[in-house]
Design a protein. Structure first.
Length: 375
């Protein structure tokens, strides 16, 4: 087999990390010059900035008007922990685990909360569990998109419209990249540092009216730390959903989140964001089709992620040296598979990644494979 020549052109932005992710096209630090540094987040103008993050996010995601959306601590992980500890225990629970973060939520349910009526519906990396086995008379916890497996649920049709339990969805690598089935969901969480390329540390928590009702009528059997509390005196803490954060947010990160949201609006809103992600997946799919030594980790084309695009190699041991070589060359940063996933490559294809950069990356993958194969 002929070794691919070394490409002449590198991606304009070689940042293909799955989190924190590439900044939006054209980003420069000057975009953050209006950040309200040194101001209290509880003062009128900074609080208005926080509320603006909430309202712009709601609008772009086309969230139903009767849902509540708030900014919470500790990224998507913090948002998910808040809802697991605050909402679960009223019913039995099914947890779908098909990658490391879903496995983490299952661990919380079984080993931390120790819920007596809990089931884990598991599948190996590259596959989904049997979605038809989920019991919607119970609460159901699941990732919409497996950030570490490159596998996503195909849609929301598998979720019962007449469910009695709550659906709790970790959408951190799906929000702004995939159309979420709001009518089939009750809790949705995500973070700033994924599809819109924001900085880390802050999460978003969206609650349906059914989830709010659970909060008001269910008292968990365990104590809740202050950072998890969404109610006080039997009432919802409404300020959380108006920009009154539980802890001190970074106003620099807030300004950065607003910059990403404004870019998303200027790019054409949700439909265009989704189209950008799907174009990135399509570019990689065409390359995989003609490349013998690589394949998608996701076995079913209908469930392949358009953001965390995970690839497996015919010789898995070549993945790490390929990623290291490409980093040394400045052609691609942070594309090795997640530490708990099977050896391979993971290329972020979220909305801030230009298809031209994906196209420029692919010849480098061919070259790097040839180089490490010969060593």
């Amino acid at each position: 087999m002929a070794i691919a020549p070394k490409p002449d052109m590198r991606p304009g932005n070689p940042n293909f990390s799955s989190g924190p992710c590439a900044k939006r096209p054209g980003f420069a630090l000057d975009a953050l010059s209006g950040a309200m540094l040194g101001r209290s987040h509880r003062a009128g103008a900074p609080k208005a900035r926080l509320a603006e993050v909430i309202e712009r996010s709601r609008a772009i995601l086309e969230m139903p008007a009767d849902w509540r959306l708030g900014i919470v601590p500790a990224s998507d992980t913090g948002a998910m922990e808040m809802v697991l500890w605050s909402l679960l225990g009223a019913r039995g629970v099914d947890v779908l685990a098909f990658e490391s973060f879903g496995e983490g939520w299952a661990n919380d349910v079984l080993k931390q909360l120790r819920l007596p009526d809990a089931r884990v519906l598991a599948a190996p990396y590259g596959r989904l569990p049997d979605l038809g086995a989920a019991d919607f008379s119970r609460d159901v916890v699941f990732p919409w998109n497996g950030t570490t497996s490159g596998v996503r649920v195909p849609d929301g049709d598998w979720i019962a419209s007449d469910r009695r339990g709550l659906t709790i969805c970790d959408a951190t690598s799906a929000a702004f990249a995939m159309r979420l089935a709001w009518d089939r969901l009750d809790v949705v969480t995500w973070s700033w540092q994924k599809v819109l390329g924001g900085e880390a540390a802050h999460g978003m928590l969206a609650l349906s009216p059914r989830a709010v009702e659970r909060l008001l009528n269910h008292q968990p059997a365990w104590p809740l730390p202050k950072i998890f509390r969404l109610t006080s005196g039997g009432k919802l803490i409404e300020g959380i959903f108006k920009g009154e954060t539980i802890n001190t947010p970074s106003m620099l990160c807030v300004e950065d989140a607003l910059d990403g949201l404004r870019w998303a609006e200027s790019a054409g809103g949700l439909d265009r964001l989704i189209a950008r992600c799907e174009a990135n997946l399509s570019a990689i799919a065409r390359w995989v089709e003609r490349t013998a030594w690589v394949d998608f980790l996701a076995e079913d084309a209908a469930t392949r992620s358009c953001t965390s695009i995970c690839l497996k190699l015919a010789v898995p041991a070549l993945a790490k040296p390929m990623a290291a070589l490409l980093e040394r060359e400045g052609a691609a940063y942070d594309i090795a598979a997640y530490r708990d996933a099977p050896p391979g490559l993971r290329i972020w294809g979220g909305a801030t990644v230009e298809s031209a950069d994906i196209e420029a990356l692919l010849p480098w993958l061919d070259w790097a494979h040839g180089e490490v194969t010969e060593q």
